[in-house]
Ligand binder design. Structure first.
Ligand SMILES: NC(=O)c1ccc[n+]([C@@H]2O[C@H](COP(=O)([O-])OP(=O)(O)OC[C@H]3O[C@@H](n4cnc5c(N)ncnc54)[C@H](O)[C@@H]3O)[C@@H](O)[C@H]2O)c1
Length: 375
């Protein structure tokens, strides 16, 4: 198969969808890899590193889309990229279509087979292509929160870990999944006083063992969170209800209970935000203030550390890319039902029901849609 790797063109995006290691796996398997000139630069990967593993460098995106049968990307395609897609293409990338009606219609119109990283599941129903970015975002959340607590940045002016004779800051993590656990581990590493809130008792049991008594685990009732708010310096919001908008775990009214210049980090912002007062921000302007509380709500937190994020993402995506290249899309999705769940659009139809529902379209059975895609 011919695999194409275009440069990412979305603002503030420096990741790349394939590394030289992935190139090597594909080329060793008899496939051809076409990388756009400079595609790896944002992640400190030079063109020659791809060439050394057998890739061909092409001058621009038109050439890559023109040559390739499968396009691997990181972010959802921008309008100029959608215009390049044809029915012969398989697109493998993050899509987040439920939030983007225009893109969904555009992809359907292209006729391409579009597989979304974020809806691929593993054999245990987990999201293996979302998890690495959640690990990165969780670790950044605490770093960013610690930074924003510094006085010159508008924070309260408290050091997360304290010093001998002075108490550490209190960190509340709401949602103890992949993001929450990673955020908590970094906060513990910085010697903060940490409490993790979740509504899933089994998850709290797992966390309790993982923390070995170094952090408190608490059931996330409205009252338990409210009672603790006057004590906290940093709150990290990391809840997720699969397929749904994030629930609000802190209301505007409750901000009045908090210390002035305390910091809220809303990692769930890509699902609408889990604090009532959250709205998406960017790396170039990451915070704003509501009622004296600093809000940090960057929607693509892993974009800040592309070198780490590119390798974390491609470690997870590479086996799927190799499988799709070796078997072709029809056989690959038959062999891996979790990969089939990633197919969001095929042959002009939306095949992932929650997306269809969110954008007001009718979903079509994925097998039926794929039967119209030439092998
Ligand atoms: N902003 C970014 O750059 C970025 C990056 C990666 C992930 N995310 C987002 O972070 C969020 C968390 O992702 P994750 O991978 O950790 O998900 P996850 O499924 O691993 O964890 C979510 C946790 O939230 C808990 N939860 C659900 N409702 C709750 C409630 N009302 N109160 C307390 N806990 C509740 C669940 O029990 C679960 O343990 C998602 O919205 C994800 O999209 C954002």
């Amino acid at each position: 198969m011919k695999i194409g790797v275009p440069s990412e063109i979305k603002k503030d995006e420096y990741r790349v969808a394939l590394t030289p290691a992935g190139t090597r796996e594909l080329v060793d398997g008899g496939h051809e890899v076409y990388v756009q000139k400079g595609a790896g630069e944002g992640s400190a990967i030079i063109d020659d590193a791809y060439v050394a593993q057998g890739a061909t460098i092409l001058p621009d995106a038109d050439a890559v889309f023109g040559e390739a049968q499968m396009i691997v990307k990181v972010k959802e395609p921008q309008p100029v990229e959608v215009a390049r897609l044809e029915p012969r293409h398989t697109l493998f990338t993050y899509l987040h279509l439920a939030a983007d009606t225009e893109l969904t219609h555009g992809l359907a119109k292209s006729g391409a087979t579009c597989i979304a990283y974020e809806t691929v599941e593993d054999s245990k129903g987990r999201l293996p292509l979302l998890a690495p970015m959640s690990e990165v975002a969780g670790k950044i959340a605490t770093q960013a929160g610690a930074f924003m607590l510094e006085k010159p940045l508008g924070g309260r002016g408290i050091l997360l870990g304290g010093v001998p004779g002075v108490a550490a800051a209190n960190v509340m993590v709401i949602g103890g999944g992949v993001v929450g656990m990673n955020a908590a581990f970094i906060a513990l590493g910085m010697e903060a006083s940490v409490s993790v809130y979740d509504r899933n008792i089994d998850r709290l049991r797992e966390l309790d063992i993982a923390f070995g008594g170094r952090a408190d685990t608490l059931f996330a009732s409205t009252l338990s969170i409210e009672e603790q708010l006057p004590e906290v310096d940093l709150v990290i919001g990391a809840v997720l209800v699969h397929g749904a908008k994030a629930p609000h775990v802190i209301t505007r009214e409750q901000l009045a209970l908090m210390k002035r210049q305390a910091v809220l980090v809303d990692v769930s912002i890509d699902q609408g935000g889990c604090f009532e007062t959250s709205r998406p921000t960017t790396h170039s302007d990451p915070t704003y203030e509501v009622d004296g509380i600093t809000h940090y709500c960057v929607a693509n937190m892993p974009g800040a550390v592309p070198i780490t994020s590119t390798y974390a993402l491609t470690n997870a995506t590479m086996p799927y890319v190799v499988h799709l290249a070796n078997s072709g899309v029809h056989k690959a999705v038959e062999e891996n039902p979790g990969l089939k769940l990633g197919v969001n659009v095929a042959a002009g139809e939306v095949t992932y029901a929650p997306v269809a529902e969110a954008v007001g379209m009718t979903s079509v059975d994925v097998d039926k849609a794929l039967s119209a895609v030439p092998a």
